[in-house]
Design a protein around this ligand. Structure first.
Ligand code: AMP
Length: 301
């Protein structure tokens, strides 16, 4: 089933306690698309400047990512983000954000993307997220992501968006910032009362929490000791989750639980190297194998 994503397409520069990478391919829509492409084709809506190499576009096209919605703006530069991880590899500091062409992004959903039943509004301004939503005809499942920058600067727009989405994905510190609650259970329920049918709070190496009217639960992260670069963990989690749902053509509570597990596993691979490097080495088979191990790990019976 068709899956559309809008989000950032970026050059990232990342410092970890042991290594540094400059100007590697990144961005919320990129991580999301690569992760979702293990399960289902993706339609990407985004923007880049003329410094964007054609090879990046063709690499994604080879992964069943339809790039017809990528605007290339002449005379402009692509969004750039740089961050530095603390020794615990969980907390990070944003060193620089140059929104560049992403700052004035006016998204245009191509005509043949408008019927997409599954939509992911990846990390980006809630104004852009809303503009995309307005161009899609009757989607079945809309999930959004957000982050501290947008929570601080576009709070009201985010509240408006929440009335129109089925799910929200955000990390623990963002959930606290957004709600003013220190207790994550309270924070999750508070966001639920703002409109979405479910809320997923990501907790990095501690996994993810799911909140809905019917269920609240925690899924642990897959225990990998190879954490090289956590950038994109959240987006690849969301990509795995939405890709699985789109493939299964379902979004009932049980399918959501399986989808969260697959999201967790794609993210667990993604953090094993910089940029898309680790994901580029694996196939669906590796995900299914890790899924079997993960299931055994959780078996309480
Ligand atoms: P994650 O580690 O899942 O939070 O995602 C990191 C990715 O988000 C990086 O590839 C960045 O390029 C991208 N990113 C960072 N800040 C923003 C922002 N304000 N809006 C959209 N994307 C961002």
């Amino acid at each position: 089933m068709s899956l559309l994503v809008v989000g950032s397409v970026a050059f990232d520069s990342v410092q970890t306690p042991t290594a540094t990478r400059e100007n590697v391919i990144g961005g919320s829509a990129v991580y999301f698309s690569y992760a979702a492409s293990y399960f289902n084709p993706v339609r990407l809506v985004g923007v880049v400047g003329e410094d964007w190499p054609e090879e990046h576009t063709s690499m994604l096209q080879q992964r069943q990512v339809d790039m017809a919605g990528l605007q290339i703006v002449p005379g402009s530069e692509t969004f750039r983000w740089s961050g530095k991880y603390l020794p615990n590899m969980n907390d990070r500091e944003t060193l620089e954000v140059h929104l560049n062409v992403f700052g004035d992004f006016d998204p245009i959903v191509p005509e043949d993307f408008k019927n997409s039943p599954y939509v992911f509004l990846a990390n980006g301004s809630p104004v852009v997220q809303m503009k995309v939503l307005e161009q899609v005809d009757n989607p079945q499942l809309v999930v959004a992501d957000t982050m501290d920058l947008w929570i601080r600067e576009f709070h009201d727009e985010l509240l408006e968006l929440l009335e129109k989405v089925d799910g929200l994905v955000l990390n623990d510190s963002e959930a606290k910032l957004f709600t003013g609650e220190e207790n994550l259970i309270k924070a999750g329920h508070k966001i639920l009362s703002m409109g979405p049918r479910f809320v997923i709070v990501k907790k990095g190496e501690h996994g993810a929490m799911f909140f809905s009217e019917e269920q609240t639960y925690v899924l642990p992260a897959y225990p990998t000791s190879e954490v090289v670069d956590p950038t994109g963990a959240g987006d690849s989690f969301a990509g795995g989750m939405m890709g699985y749902l789109a493939e299964k053509e379902a979004h009932d509570i049980e399918s959501l639980r399986e989808a969260l597990a697959y999201g967790t596993l794609v993210a667990s691979y993604n953090v094993e190297d910089f940029s898309l490097d680790r994901m580029q080495q694996i196939e669906r088979k590796e995900l299914d194998e890790r899924f079997a191990t993960y299931k055994k790990m959780l078996n309480l019976g």
